[in-house]
Design a protein around this ligand. Structure first.
Ligand SMILES: Cc1cc2nc3c(=O)[nH]c(=O)nc-3n(C[C@H](O)[C@H](O)[C@H](O)COP(=O)(O)O)c2cc1C
Length: 216
């Protein structure tokens, strides 16, 4: 199969999207495709962990209303031709994250028009409205949107939700043997999910080509 050019634009607040994207990139590169990644950087960095519960609540409420978080200028890659573009990031209050929305406002038209776009989502558990919202925006920008790649946090409820809040506030007990950590061994995604992202990277171009989804 001929070598394809793949661009991955992503935002990661607490490192989970980045973790998965690193594996996805390995998979794509092992399949001999050219991959360029661009990590979005907010102009004013949000502190991780949040410095107060009020700040976390504010970001969550604002995000619910599709708050835009301005990002630093990206380089000219957005004006180049790509066979495939992956737009990746976390779900924030049932929506795409603020930096991804701001990026699409600014560069979306140039990047998306006529291009195959794969939404890639990292979230605790609710991703559908994020996907529908993103798909709507990308379609409007002229992109050819495929099915999303979605990873949910690996722990079970209610620990998954409690653990997320504690992690976002930097208050997750460190001791692996603690009462809570026995029920919630890790924040975010598992090793198996990372391995799956690698496999997705190896297969995705083939899969999209066989469906005739790729190419301008
Ligand atoms: C402000 C904020 C809002 C969030 N809202 C949701 C949500 O509505 N649904 C969900 O499943 N996860 C939600 N999460 C959890 C993130 O989507 C999840 O932790 C994701 O794995 C983080 O990816 P990242 O580390 O790349 O930022 C939220 C996280 C933050 C910081």
């Amino acid at each position: 199969m001929s070598k394809k050019r793949v661009l991955i634009v992503y935002y990661s607040f607490s490192g989970q999207t980045q973790l998965l994207i690193q594996r996805l990139v390995c998979g794509l590169e092992q399949s001999n495709h050219e991959v360029v990644t661009e990590r979005l950087q907010p102009v004013d960095q949000l502190p991780f962990p949040f410095t107060s519960w009020a700040m976390m609540a504010k970001v969550m409420v604002y995000s619910f209303f599709r708050w835009r978080v301005p990002v630093n200028q990206v380089n000219d890659i957005v004006y180049e031709k790509w066979d495939l573009v992956i737009i990746a990031g976390p779900t924030w209050s049932y929506s795409p994250s603020g930096p991804v929305l701001a990026f699409l406002d600014k560069y979306g038209r140039d990047l998306c028009e006529g291009t195959t776009i794969v939404p890639f989502i990292s979230c605790r558990s609710y991703w559908r409205t994020h996907y529908w919202g993103l798909k709507f925006i990308l379609n409007k920008l002229g992109g050819k949107v495929t099915r999303p790649i979605v990873y949910l946090h690996c722990s079970s409820e209610p620990w998954r939700t409690i653990g997320l809040f504690l992690q976002l506030m930097g208050k997750l007990p460190r001791l692996e043997s603690s009462w809570f950590r026995r029920r919630y061994p890790r924040y975010g995604h598992s090793k198996e999910q990372c391995a799956d992202a690698l496999e997705q990277g190896k297969m995705m171009v083939n899969r999209l080509m066989s469906k005739g989804d790729m190419g301008k």
